[in-house]
Design a protein around this ligand. Structure first.
Ligand SMILES: Nc1ncnc2c1ncn2[C@@H]1O[C@H](COP(=O)(O)OP(=O)(O)O)[C@@H](O)[C@H]1O
Ligand SMILES: [Mg+2]
Length: 299
């Protein structure tokens, strides 16, 4: 197949994919999103011969718009714009999970600091404030007191750009010092790892310690449901374990759509890029575009 890799920076993840694709004899066109311009009906020349596009854009805005254009041109893209739209925004992500009946941390959203303060006072301390768009644990706040909440909300309201006028408040989950990242292709887990840290943020990008994790049946079912809830595709599903809870199990805090996997690849025995390319080959060979198969609750 002829794969278009849409990127702005070739990270280790993209290098792994490129090597795997080329080893198998697939043609790969590296398409630098920064050099493209997208018209309303004809695809840019770089996309003319590709069978499928892998969206590996770092910037959410680029990923959201480029996948929209590719959909409009009828060019299959992983992940679809519908999936990207849900996953790129924590409000839409949470609504999709809750709407599908998947356990997710208690969350409320408000649009002024006063209304947000009311949520925090009701939830109790600590609680969590997240930017609606972002990753790698950036700009996340664990709020321990009313005075901290007031200060953070005032900063956001005064200094933040418009996305930061949305106050996404979440209960703090007493996880066991780690969370779980599952890489899944259309709901089928490829591999999973725990991310352990003394810090409450356990992102791999923050140097959390990673180890391979065996999914049990319950986690497997949750991952499949979470994938479907956001429209399917190649996804990173983030879960936390509720050990001390009255009702132990898993809660899903987010699903990621342009997922990094280099840390996962090092943590597990599975050859992650090979599994990703296996899935990509099947999806393209089956003749159904990833776009068409990705009909989720929010497409
Ligand atoms: N409600 C929560 N309670 C406790 N820890 C959380 C909560 N939400 C997120 N975390 C921790 O913060 C990390 C980043 O949160 P996440 O929602 O995945 O945002 P990002 O998109 O920045 O990765 C998670 O991996 C987890 O360790
Ligand atoms: Mg995350």
């Amino acid at each position: 197949m002829n794969v278009g890799m849409l990127y702005s920076r070739i990270r280790k993840d993209e290098k792994l994919l490129l090597a795997e694709l080329r080893d198998r004899g697939h043609a790969v066109e590296k398409i630098d999103v920064r050099k493209q311009s997208f018209g309303l009906s004809e695809p840019p020349a770089a996309f003319e011969d590709v069978d499928v596009v892998l969206d590996r854009c770092l910037a959410t805005s680029r990923s959201l718009y480029a996948t929209r254009f590719l959909d409009a041109y009828g060019i299959p893209v992983v992940n679809s714009s519908a999936t990207a739209e849900v996953c790129a925004d924590k409000v839409k992500n949470s609504l999709a999970l809750a709407g599908a009946g998947i356990r997710t941390p208690r969350t409320e959203v408000a649009f002024t600091s006063d209304a947000a303060l009311e949520i925090v006072e009701r939830f109790g301390y600590p609680c969590v404030l997240k930017p609606v768009v972002g990753s790698w644990g950036r700009l996340m706040a664990k709020i321990d007191s009313r005075s901290a909440a007031e200060a953070i909300f005032e900063h956001k309201e005064t200094l933040g750009h418009y996305e930061h006028k949305v106050f996404y408040v979440q209960e703090f989950v007493e996880k066991p010092g780690r969370d779980i990242r599952v890489l899944a292709a259309d709901g089928e887990p490829i591999a999973a790892m725990t991310r352990h840290s003394d810090h409450w943020l356990t992102n791999a990008a923050r140097e959390a310690e990673t180890s391979a994790f065996e999914l049990d049946d319950e986690a497997g079912e949750i991952v499949a449901a979470a994938s479907e809830a956001v429209g399917g595709g190649l996804l990173g599903v983030d879960l936390m374990e509720l050990e001390g809870d009255d009702d132990p199990g898993y809660t899903v805090h987010e699903v990621n759509h342009t997922v990094e996997f280099k840390a996962l690849n090092e943590a597990v025995d599975v050859d992650v890029p090979a599994a990703v390319v296996d899935w990509l080959e099947t999806t393209v060979e089956d003749g159904h575009s990833p776009t068409e198969t990705s009909v989720g609750a929010h497409s």
